[in-house]
Design a protein around this ligand. Structure first.
Ligand code: UN1
Length: 511
């Protein structure tokens, strides 16, 4: 049987049958239970990873705390140079890592490779950033005084990532954290631990060559480590990507100890298809948005809000596009759609369809679980389209599956209201050639999301922009623009170079 070269990829990435799941860099250890990672593509065991115990976690965090003292003193551009080398190492391993992402997570190989490209891109971004960690200078109101601000490293940053972007989300966080002078402790999703081991192996070579101390890049595995991070006073920042339900818990727990969080939680992203849209462009944007990564991106298109005058035509075009979708092994370049992550996700998908039907939804493209040759894992489902109402309970929720709800509108104001009428606020888009409705959609009276696009879909953001969203999406921003500020602490400095000590606000204090 053709395994699409996965064995070779695993070998290149240094994956063994049983891997330690705790690491401070080149030092690996682990004393916890075994996590078995099965590929949703084939249902086959990929490899095992030993999870971290509380003691393992302690060993990691004390190493990280120690390493921070050294790492923060390395000049930022020199830290950038290490990240530059990581980018090169990732370029070398792009094929192997992309393949593993596709095999362990289930997204198409193209998207697996795209995810590794996102890692390379953030490395490049971070290298430049390492010379641009700017603060302001201010004019003091007092004579012979100078004021400026500096950004200092924060310390140990906890990164808790999700299965759907098993490598890129870690790199957005850790590459920025490293140039900012922080050290990182990563808890990957227990559904994709092999990807984490592979990433650590790749950067370890770079760290070794450059004598980077143990503790700058750490991994802890297993769900118990999540709460250890949340409660750990030694971690001033926790970056969490995952569900709104768990994000709420992370947010409360970390806030309780006055730690900071970057939260990237659920999305319920919509595309508005205006009567002024170029429908052939809508097709690519909407179909990729809805079925790419089998609907398991935070940015996946979940709702299509279509103007009544182009409604029937849009649905007819979508139907014929869906009929051409090939579902199967994501490593096979002929397939558009891979599996869901596991059979629990399949059940959630089925429940959502049932619920939508019960609430009055009208099935436009029938869903269902695929069986037979090639679908042995039980994780393959058919992307489906349901005509629905925005008020349906199920439409208000994020179901991590390829289910697209279609909604109808008559005025642009109504479309924007529908778009904003969900608890989440990550990504949004409008397809239109009408400059008035485009500007309205982008205005303060328009989309309430962290990402608002015109004539492109909701997913597939570039790393150069700040990534994240409002409301139940959590408010965090990662990746580009000035998202780096969250990884540093700001210090305002006032220096008196005179011989008097005048007080601010003109206060007299003589004795
Ligand atoms: C996610 O789904 O958690 O914008 C991240 C996108 C990708 C990142 C998605 N660049 O779709």
């Amino acid at each position: 049987q053709d395994s699409f070269g996965i064995e070779e990829a695993l070998k290149q990435l240094g994956i063994q049958e049983v891997n330690e799941g705790t690491s401070t860099g080149n030092n690996w250890f682990s004393n916890g239970d075994i996590i078995e990672s099965y590929s949703p593509a084939t249902g086959k065991l990929i490899a095992k990873v030993k999870s971290s115990t509380k003691e393992d976690y302690e060993a990691v965090v004390s190493k990280a705390t120690e390493a921070f003292k050294t790492w923060r003193m390395v000049p930022a551009p020199k830290r950038g140079e290490i990240v530059r080398q990581i980018g090169d190492a990732l370029r070398e391993k792009k094929d192997a890592l992309g393949k593993l992402v596709s095999y362990e997570m289930g997204k198409s190989l193209q998207e697996g490779l795209g995810e590794v490209q996102e890692m390379i891109d953030i490395c490049d971004f971070a290298v430049g950033l390492s010379r641009q960690l700017y603060g302001y200078t201010m004019h003091s109101e007092r004579p012979q005084h100078r004021m400026y601000e500096q950004y200092h490293p924060l310390g140990v940053v906890g990164i808790i990532s999700a299965f759907n972007f098993p490598v890129a989300v870690w790199s957005w966080n850790s590459m920025l954290a490293w140039v900012c002078g922080d050290v990182a402790v990563w808890k990957p999703s227990s559904k994709t631990p092999i990807c984490a081991v592979a990433c650590q192996n790749i950067i370890n070579e770079v760290f070794k060559k450059n004598d980077i101390p143990e503790g700058v890049s750490c991994i802890v595995t297993g769900n118990a480590s999540g709460d250890l991070i949340n409660n750990d006073k030694r971690m001033p920042l926790v970056s969490f990507t995952g569900s709104t339900r768990i994000g709420r818990h992370v947010s409360k727990t970390v806030a309780e100890r006055f730690g900071n969080t970057i939260l990237e939680l659920g999305g319920n992203n919509a595309i508005i298809v205006s009567e002024h849209a170029d429908l052939s462009m809508v097709l690519v944007g909407a179909v990729f948005g809805a079925v790419g990564t089998a609907g398991q991106r935070c940015t996946s298109t979940r709702r299509l809000i279509v103007h009544e005058s182009v409604y029937d035509k849009t649905i007819a075009t979508l139907k014929s596009a869906y009929a051409q979708l090939k579902i199967g092994n994501p490593l096979d370049a002929n397939n558009h759609v891979g599996p869901l992550i596991d059979t629990k996700a399949v059940q959630d998908y089925l429940n959502a369809i049932e619920k939508a039907k019960k609430e009055g939804g009208n099935i436009i493209v029938e869903g269902g679980v695929l069986e037979g040759e090639g679908y042995e894992s039980g994780c393959y489902v058919k992307p489906c389209i349901i005509e629905a109402k925005n008020e349906f309970e199920i439409v208000q929720e994020e179901t991590f599956a390829p289910i697209l709800y279609v909604l109808k509108y008559s005025t642009i104001e109504e479309a924007i209201e529908i778009q904003n009428g969900v608890p989440q606020g990550l990504s949004s888009s409008i397809f239109t050639n009408n400059v008035r409705e485009m500007e309205l959609f982008l205005s303060q009276a328009g989309s309430d999301c962290g990402i608002a696009n015109v004539n492109i879909g909701t997913s597939g953001a570039e790393i150069g922009g700040a990534f994240g969203g409002e409301k139940e999406t959590g408010g965090g921003r990662e990746s580009g623009s000035d998202a780096w500020r969250a990884y540093m602490r700001r210090q305002t400095n006032t220096i008196n170079y005179g011989t008097e000590l005048p007080l601010a606000q003109g206060i007299k204090f003589d004795f």
